[in-house]
Design a protein around this ligand. Structure first.
Ligand code: IVH
Length: 676
């Protein structure tokens, strides 16, 4: 559907403001007034208006949140007021001592100040500078004095206001401080996607937030589900306040989101009660919280208390116990993944870490075991943070009694006895046998999982039985199962068997992206699968794609492209796809498929100096729209784009009768549907 056009500048402004309002309801208040679909419709209307009238585009348009092309590095900026850190306490006594010190510092033994309690969010600290209500500069905390300028990345965060709401007095200058965080659930999902794609996952949500903010390409940051919660201000030229609570209320009115668990209390008992409640909810929270920040509410009193060199006297962090515990390493086993990758797993004496009982933890790979110097029987430190799989972080060697055993990677797969191999130059060992029972089971588990075919009622135990009894050897066999066979399985009643057969049948028309993800092609995670499905109508089309064609797709790099080509070049895989089709599996093209791009199959040459684009950017545009950028003109060239002072290439093009266009025409082509 084509979005209706926005005819006037006023209508455009109105649309920007409506979208801002709804984004605020959604991302800041968490209380939307319209459906997501309605929002998307308005947003598309905005995009088409901006495409038609590039001169209308406002600095605070929601479309600016998509990110800008990569930069070389970050500039630095000195914070006008240093961003200090907080002194830590881990016990109630220390909070008491902190209050006592405050009393003696101001010389008032009776002092019982109001205290604001806030969750201590575990993310990345940032500062946002607004001039006359407009977001102008954003930076990391850095070393507290000097931070890095990451404005473009911060602009992509949906609840960072690009312009302040003006229902209250808008300050001339405002420096807002807050924490950029990622919801634990999103962190887990994205980290898994990164791993699938062969990228290095982040160790915890904090690293994820900090890492995403420091990406040089803000278009990638734009895709990361980051959020901000603000907790204070630096300098302000505007209204003044009596309390911290008032500052937070004002920030909320300006359009910022603050933590939703703020309380104002007096006395240690109330602090302890809040701490206990927050600690109890720690595992169910939307994001990682590593303690409570206790702050003096009265700003005049804060002034009197002042700061020590690194941290203020008016606040303290009351930290939760670390999510680390020690326990005994009972044994080390191996897990064989669907790609054959072998992961050593630690079997542990059960221990509660941050409230969850742990008896297994990953050891990642053989090199890691060696690096940690771990022996079976050792006391080890295990860590669990947020959605992260528990891991062993170190061995405590002091208490060894000589009974500990060293471990080394076995030579054979414990499941199928094939000789394990080591990836070239890699740290990962793998089982090369594609019919290894463990590999088949894990592939099937992946194939039926939520992001793939999402087949209800096919749990791990059932898959194990199906594989052990050789009823299922590959994906296609799943669709050959009938109610009779299924009900002959252990713990499978007639009713569950009927349900499962129905679920299998219902999953035979998956969308192409889900099927692609389910096949388990290396480096093809959910995101890549989606990108491919947006370009190709079906598996046959994709199977024919060349390395170059795949690489020309924006966001598909050479590694992913090679892996896709390799997958479809393999006879066994092609046979598997034929089998799936023979069983009646019919992948459906995804909605919103993108056409191949206006430069599809065309070779474009640039010559002379371009004004509005760098040569790299221009070439990237051609590639992202299916074309090839070349440096020399020949009979195969389809288009030559001439900039200022173009030389012999333009002449040659003319001789060969190749179409020549100006930079401006090129830009118009890139934005149009076709170049004919
Ligand atoms: S107030 C003078 N409030 O903790 C410092 N900080 O160790 C004032 N943090 O770098 C900081 N949640 O990144 C404050 N509700 C909160 C916070 C918070 C997380 C972080 C912040 C800061 C670090 C201080």
């Amino acid at each position: 559907m084509n979005a209706p056009s926005v005819a006037t500048r006023e209508a455009y402004d109105d649309l920007v403001e409506r979208l801002q309002h709804h984004a605020y309801r959604y991302y800041v208040l968490d209380d939307p007034e319209i459906s997501d679909a309605e929002y998307d419709r308005l947003y598309r209307e905005l995009l088409s208006a901006e495409e038609e009238h590039p001169d209308w585009v406002r600095d605070d348009s929601p479309s600016r949140r998509v990110g800008a092309p990569p930069r070389e590095g970050f500039e630095t900026i000195e914070h006008t007021i240093p961003m200090q850190s907080l002194a830590n306490a881990i016990q109630r006594d220390e909070i008491e001592e902190w209050l006592e010190r405050a009393r003696s510092y101001v010389g008032d033994p009776e002092l019982d100040p109001e205290l604001v309690l806030e969750p201590k969010m575990d993310g990345a600290a940032v500062e946002l500078v607004y001039r006359d209500g407009v977001f102008t500069v954003g930076s990391t905390r850095g070393d507290g004095r000097v931070g890095e300028v990451i404005t473009e990345n911060l602009e992509t965060i949906r609840n960072v206001p690009l312009r302040l709401r003006d229902e209250v007095e808008v300050p001339k200058l405002l420096e807002v401080r807050g924490e950029v965080i990622v919801a634990t659930e999103n962190f887990g999902r994205l980290n898994r996607a990164l791993t699938e794609e062969g990228a290095e996952p982040y160790a915890n949500p904090r690293n994820f937030a900090a890492g995403s903010l420091r990406l040089l390409d803000s278009r990638i940051t734009a895709k990361r589900p980051l959020e901000i919660r603000v907790y204070g201000i630096g300098s302000i030229e505007g209204p003044s306040f009596a309390t911290h609570r008032d500052v937070l209320a004002y920030l909320t009115q300006l359009g910022f989101r603050v933590s939703d668990r703020i309380e104002v209390v007096r006395g240690i008992d109330a602090v302890q009660r809040y701490y206990d409640e927050l600690a109890r909810d720690r595992d169910d929270g939307d994001y990682e919280v590593d303690g409570v920040v206790v702050k003096v509410n009265d700003l005049a009193l804060r002034e009197r208390l002042g700061s020590r060199s690194k941290s203020p006297r008016w606040a303290i962090a009351y930290k939760f116990p670390a999510r680390q515990e020690t326990t005994k390493l009972l044994d080390i086993g191996l897990q064989i993944g669907r790609t054959g990758a072998v992961t050593p797993v630690a079997f542990l004496a059960p221990v509660s870490v941050g409230g969850v009982e742990i008896s297994r933890a990953t050891l990642h790979n053989a090199d890691e075991v060696e690096r940690l110097g771990i022996r079976i029987g050792d006391t080890v430190v295990v860590e669990r943070a947020g959605d992260v799989i528990p891991k062993v972080v170190k061995a405590i060697t002091a208490g060894r009694d000589g009974s500990e055993r060293e471990w080394s990677m076995p030579e054979a797969c414990p499941v199928c006895s094939s000789e394990l191999r080591r990836e070239q130059d890699g740290v990962v060992f793998y089982c090369p046998n594609s019919t290894c029972r463990s590999r088949i089971q894990e592939s099937l588990r992946h194939f039926v999982s939520k992001g793939a075919l999402d087949i209800d009622g096919l749990g791990t135990k059932l898959i194990e039985q199906l594989v052990e009894q050789e009823l299922v050897k590959d994906f296609a066999d799943l669709f050959r199962l009938d109610v009779e066979t299924l009900s002959s399985l252990e713990r499978m009643g007639e009713k569950s068997a009927t349900n499962l057969a129905a679920a299998l049948k219902a999953s035979m028309r998956p969308s192409l992206d889900r099927l692609l993800f389910g096949l388990g092609i290396r480096h093809v995670g959910e995101r890549v699968a989606r990108i491919l499905a947006e370009r190709f109508e079906g598996l046959d089309d994709l199977a024919k794609a060349t390395q170059e064609e795949l690489e020309a797709i924006h966001e598909i790099g050479p590694i992913v492209a090679a892996s896709v080509v390799e997958y479809f070049a393999n006879d066994a895989n092609r046979e598997l796809i034929r089998e799936l089709e023979a069983c009646g599996v019919e992948p459906q093209p995804v909605e919103g498929r993108k056409s191949a791009g206006v430069f599809s199959g065309k070779t474009v040459v640039f010559t002379g100096t371009l004004e509005s684009l760098t040569r790299k950017e221009a070439q990237r545009i051609v590639q992202s729209q299916g074309g090839k950028a070349s440096s020399s003109v020949s009979g195969k060239t389809d288009l030559v784009v001439v900039g200022a002072e173009a030389g012999s290439k333009a002449e040659k093009a003319e001789k060969l009768g190749v179409r020549i266009v100006s930079e401006e025409e090129f830009r118009r082509m890139a934005e149009s549907e076709s170049i004919e």
